[in-house]
Unconditional design. Sequence first.
Length: 123
Amino acid sequence: MKRIFGLLLFLVVILMIWSDSNLWEDETYAVYTIDGQSYFGIKIDDEGTYHGRIEPEIVAVGSNDKFVVVARKIRESTVYFYIEKAVDNIYLNSDEIIETGYSLEKFNELKKHHRLPEFSAYF
């Protein structure tokens, strides 16, 4: 009985180590962790390779068929971003896709104008 329990415990630990470390994902993008910090990037392949889009620390994310919205904590404030999916691809750098982070007030204006999605996951 102890051997079976030990074997099951070993298998659970192995599965946890090999499990997907993505905190959130859609078809093209993911919030993933590296050394305990959450990053946002575009998927390059299904093996867990990403081209970074937004540095840590990601605190919220959401998407629809046209846009992805991301909130990032920087020191004591939160900065907001959006990415238009149709103009992004794995060959572009983040500065070619993302202008800058926005304040909440400006982001809410852009949200109305572009019909950006709501945040659906919080970290």
